[in-house]
Design a protein around this ligand. Structure first.
Ligand SMILES: NC(=O)c1ccc[n+]([C@@H]2O[C@H](COP(=O)([O-])OP(=O)(O)OC[C@H]3O[C@@H](n4cnc5c(N)ncnc54)[C@H](OP(=O)(O)O)[C@@H]3O)[C@@H](O)[C@H]2O)c1
Length: 306
């Protein structure tokens, strides 16, 4: 990844040890002063980030402990998410935490809040535009019962804080992020290599918009550019709609195994998004999904990819 269009800026990235923010922070740190924030429950990740030039700052969004972050940052990218499955703790970190963070950074040039397409209420193969109906999408998974509701609550808080602090804000509803470091398709590949069937919704196919880490990096500066008051809300996924069935079949072909599926109603349903607003505001994605997933498979399982 190269660092995109941002250079010479002071940037705060929360959730920096996470799947999405970590490669982003490392890439942005090449040309910017990057402050990566998390509780750092993973100290190994902290050491690796510091070795890559990211200044690590311990915060706890649930407790509102953000004072050590530089209040004069130009941009703030909020990729932190709490998924403890405890309602009080997760609402405090995800919704209250955004309020503390935006208050602390109210003088920033722009604030990017990463949301999720998990905010949409599943409706078969409905294609969701940004004004689509919201609801408990991920509650069908017992291990993520707080997720969708907390992501919706966090959006409400981000909207309020954008107005309250006159802080230009973008709320980007992320679909399926993936890259050489992992992601949902990587989990599927690991499951298939371990001989497991892939759960898919009975209402096939299960369609999403996988978004490669390179496109995430390329789009972040543009998402900051369109930050506004009131907040801009935009879907954020790959320009290509792809189903789990398609990407698993392709990953199985690459690794010479067979993809098997287990249709069930106890998994999340399709969330296909309308990318019209995204294309208007920040353009199309550039990494074709097959190319991105081949790179991912090679990076994670070099001995398995033909
Ligand atoms: N991964 C996906 O498939 C996906 C799909 C759609 C949308 N998204 C969204 O993308 C964003 C990034 O997701 P991700 O998958 O990269 O997350 P992740 O891997 O689960 O990482 C979560 C990050 O948040 C930090 N965190 C958790 N609780 C915290 C707290 N109380 N205070 C401060 N930091 C805290 C974690 O570090 P500590 O535990 O050390 O604090 C970690 O750095 C989130 O907004 C998520 O909802 C992800």
């Amino acid at each position: 990844m190269n660092s995109g269009a941002l250079a010479g800026k002071k940037i705060v990235i929360t959730g920096v040890t996470g799947q999405v923010a970590r490669p982003l922070a490392v890439a942005l740190a090449r040309d910017n002063e990057v402050f990566g924030a998390a509780r750092f429950t993973d100290q190994t990740a902290r050491a690796a980030l510091e070795a890559s030039g990211v200044h690590c700052v311990a915060i706890d969004l649930a407790a509102g402990e953000v004072a050590d972050l530089p209040a004069d940052a130009d941009y703030v990218l909020n990729f932190a998410v709490a998924k403890s499955n405890d309602w009080e703790a997760d609402l405090a970190a995800n919704s209250g935490g955004v309020a503390y963070l935006m208050e602390h950074h109210r003088h920033a040039q722009a604030f990017l809040h990463c949301s999720s397409t998990a905010v949409y209420k599943p409706a078969g193969h409905h294609v969701f535009a940004e004004d689509g109906p919201l609801g408990d999408n991920h509650g069908v998974w017992p291990f993520l019962r707080t997720y969708s509701i907390c992501k919706i609550a966090a959006e409400g808080t981000a909207r309020w804080a954008a107005q309250r602090f006159a802080l230009p804000t973008t709320i980007a509803r992320l679909s399926v992020p993936y890259g050489d470091g992992g992601g949902w398709p990587a989990i599927h590949l690991h499951m298939m290599l371990s001989g497991n069937a892939i759960p898919v919704h009975v209402d096939a196919p299960s369609v999403y918009h996988p978004l490669h880490a390179d496109d995430i990096l390329a789009m972040v500066p543009r998402l900051l550019n369109v930050a506004s008051v009131p907040a801009t809300t935009v879907n954020w996924g790959g320009s290509e709609a792809v189903s789990i069935e398609e990407w698993c079949t392709y990953l199985a072909e690459l690794t010479g195994i067979e993809a098997t599926f287990e249709p069930t109603s106890h998994t999340i349903d399709s969330v296909q998004i309308d990318t019209t607003r995204m294309h208007e505001l920040v353009g199309e994605t550039t990494v074709p999904w097959r190319e991105g997933m081949k790179r991912m498979a090679k990076a994670l399982h070099p001995d398995k990819v033909k």
